[in-house]
Ligand binder design. Structure first.
Ligand SMILES: Cc1ncc(COP(=O)(O)O)c(C=O)c1O
Length: 274
């Protein structure tokens, strides 16, 4: 017999995911696609987009009024903010997630794009392991992609999720679900292999690899400059100038091609004899 769940049971059944605001905009649609509920925790612009534990608490309590918070997404280094969490901040986030029994999703795809002086990337997995029990037994997923950093810069697509301490029943279900998905292209897989297994010191291509990697990371091409502009808020004005110039360029290009199109078929082709 079908039973109507009580309001409380319904609250427990609705799963909630905490995500940062501002966020990488694919999180909201993904949460919606899986029929989950999102609650945003706000990053603090006045502290260079810092992540305050008090704000996590606020968002958690807010979410609890309606739903059952289950997961916490942290983007580090941040997109679009470019902020890089300190080790201490990461430890506090881990303690918070542990206390509230939240599954931690550490989106770490920008781990090579750390530019601000004194900043250093710390992986959530490494920190949980170094903190020891009970934190090293927490469920955690860490994401990495080859299309950021120095390898692909969005031209090559491949990535992985490292999932630790996953509940065995959930793992079985998860493996079943991903086995029905298609794999990335061979090129994407090959580049991913280079990201996770780069040339080591003493190997023939090591020097060249380091030289090329450093060159890309320190170069001022459009993408890296744009990203750095976001990270370094002093350059925000330059970033807006780039966006404005790009928008002007697109508008002009559009009108030029539009009027050229309009001329097709009208008048005589220039190579036509009079
Ligand atoms: C924060 C963040 N996470 C994940 C992704 C997805 O990366 P990819 O498209 O390389 O898989 C992006 C892409 O821009 C991103 O900005």
């Amino acid at each position: 017999m079908f039973q109507q769940p009580s309001w409380h049971a319904l609250q427990v059944m609705i799963k909630l995911v905490m995500i940062p605001i501002p966020q990488y905009p694919l999180y909201s649609p993904t949460i919606a696609e899986f029929d989950l509920h999102q609650v945003g925790y706000y990053l603090d612009e006045s502290t260079n987009w810092g992540l305050e534990i008090s704000e996590l608490e606020r968002a958690y309590e807010e979410g609890k009024k309606l739903c059952n918070p289950k997961a916490l997404v942290v983007i580090n280094p941040g997109n679009p903010t470019g902020s890089v969490l300190s080790r201490e901040n990461i430890e506090n986030v881990i303690r918070f997630a542990h206390e509230k029994k939240l599954f931690l999703f550490a989106d770490e795809v920008y781990q090579d794009n750390v530019y601000a002086e004194g900043s250093k990337f710390h992986s959530f997995k490494k920190v949980t392991m170094e903190m020891g029990a009970p934190y090293n037994q927490m469920e955690l997923a860490s994401f990495m992609s080859c299309s950021k950093g120095y390898m692909g810069e969005c031209g090559l697509r491949g990535g992985y999720a490292e999932i630790v301490n996953l509940d065995p029943q959930v793992k079985a279900l998860y493996l079943k679900s991903i086995s029905a998905k298609l794999c990335p292209t061979t090129l994407g897989q090959a580049v991913m292999e280079c990201v996770v297994n780069p040339p080591q010191e003493g190997e023939p291509s090591y020097e060249q690899f380091i030289e090329e990697k450093n060159k890309v990371l320190s170069s001022d091409n459009f993408l890296t400059f744009t990203f750095r502009s976001l990270i370094n808020l002093r350059h925000l004005a330059s970033f807006y100038m780039i966006c404005f110039s790009f928008a002007c360029y697109c508008t002009v290009s559009f009108y030029v091609s539009f009027f050229n199109m309009g001329n097709h078929g009208k008048g005589k082709p220039t190579n036509c004899a009079e």
